[in-house]
Design a protein around this ligand. Structure first.
Ligand SMILES: [Ca+2]
Length: 401
């Protein structure tokens, strides 16, 4: 969903069976993707995803060990308090990295008053949270370099991080393995299978890397030490605590992106609460389960205005210098584009406003119409390049199926 990626990660706790696969080195290239995602996400507006990490086996599902521990984590009644929270956390005050944070204390007060959490439980949770200094250092640098217009060759550089054999082949393999689930999701939500695949490809390469940072660490750090987006991340921290209580998960266990995004589709907690679905019918919404992730991405698109059977982009031919503003926030009629010397290369029609997209290749600029369905993809991550990468990967994978 919106912030996409991340980068260095560090382990704050002893590995649990169902948590991140710490033994697997993260692909260097994927690291770059994640990083870029994060930047985009943060610079725009996080919606649902970022990164997270849990181990997946080759079949795309949680490994047997993961699944087993996950169930026990959720079902150990000895660790479940009368308020429904999981984990034996208890403290009279916040100790550790966040000791002395008055704003965090106030946050705890609000969670107690607004949602009925037990105060000592939350104080215990935050006493074991870790401050992610590298995240803050990284974001501080990113904030300085994010401004400005798209640079020449920017699309070429972005595209080559995703439109490669690794992503496409993984998509084909994932599609073959989950053919029936993809078909069912497509039919139920009216979203083509290839766009579900495109999202999962760009976000985590189908679960091959879902992040390694504990969500509680990521969101507490960003919520209380990252001034520029603190409000947003405190909201996500609130949603995260509601999420783990509702799902019966120990708040110290989920891992994800440096920004707190979780699972194959990199849902932020707010997106989980609103749009995640239990698509395998086991009674739980599990962002790390391939079947639930497929259904959740499809539902996300459906709830954000996907129009079945409608186009996504249409290339434009240009006559003369293009003076119209470009980007996903623009809105034009077809007549207005044509009047400005921009002509579709094939007949196109869709309902709703059209966006004028500019892709800056190394040697030329390319203009396209972004139809309402393209805009829907940007609701996952507010970036034209992101949505274009999803679109092109969707087509590339579909072509190979
Ligand atoms: Ca489920």
């Amino acid at each position: 969903m919106t912030i996409n990626t991340h980068q260095p990660f560090r382990l704050f706790h002893a590995p649990q069976k169902w948590e991140a696969n710490l033994s697997s080195p993260r692909p260097v290239k994927r690291g770059g993707n994640l990083l870029m995602h994060c930047v985009v996400l943060l610079s725009l507006s996080l919606t649902a995803c970022a990164e997270q990490s849990v181990k997946y086996d080759q079949s795309g599902g949680k490994s047997a060990a993961n699944a087993q521990t996950s169930r026990s984590a959720a079902g150990n009644s000895a660790d479940v308090s009368k308020r429904g929270t999981v984990g034996r956390y208890h403290a009279q005050g916040i100790t550790g990295d966040f000791a002395g944070y008055a704003s965090l204390q106030q946050f705890v007060d609000r969670m107690v008053q607004k949602h009925g959490f037990e105060r000592e439980y939350l104080l215990g949770v935050f006493s074991q949270a870790h401050r992610k200094n590298w995240t803050l250092d990284y974001l501080a640098k990113s904030d300085l370099t994010l401004k400005g217009k798209p640079s020449v060759g920017g699309w070429t550089r972005y595209r080559e991080k995703f439109l490669d054999e690794r992503h496409i082949a993984a998509g084909v393999e994932f599609a073959n393995r989950h053919r029936e689930v993809l078909k069912r999701a497509s039919q139920k939500y009216g979203v083509p299978e290839e766009y579900i695949l495109g999202i999962l490809a760009v976000e985590t390469t189908f679960g091959s890397y879902v992040g390694k940072d504990r969500v509680i660490d990521a969101l507490t750090t960003l919520g209380f030490d990252y001034a520029r987006r603190g409000d947003y991340f405190r909201g996500e921290l609130e949603n995260f605590l509601l999420m783990v209580r509702k799902e019966g998960i120990d708040p110290a266990k989920p891992v994800g992106s440096f920004a707190g995004a979780m699972g194959l589709g990199q849902f932020m907690p707010s997106s989980f609460l609103q749009w995640a679905v239990d698509f395998n019918g086991d009674g739980r919404r599990d962002l790390w389960d391939a079947e639930d992730a497929i259904g959740s991405v499809a539902n996300y698109f459906a709830q954000h205005g996907w129009q079945a059977g409608q186009p996504v982009t249409t290339p434009l031919q240009t006559k003369g210098v293009v003076t119209l503003e470009t980007g996903i926030e623009t809105q034009y009629s077809l007549a207005a584009l044509q009047q400005a010397g921009l002509h579709p290369t094939r007949p196109c029609a869709s309902q709703g406003p059209l966006r004028l997209l500019l892709l800056r290749h190394a040697n030329h600029d390319q203009y396209l119409i972004g139809h309402p369905n393209f805009y829907t993809i940007t609701r996952y991550n507010h970036s034209a390049y992101y949505a274009m990468a999803v679109h092109e990967l969707a087509q590339a994978i579909k072509h190979r199926l």
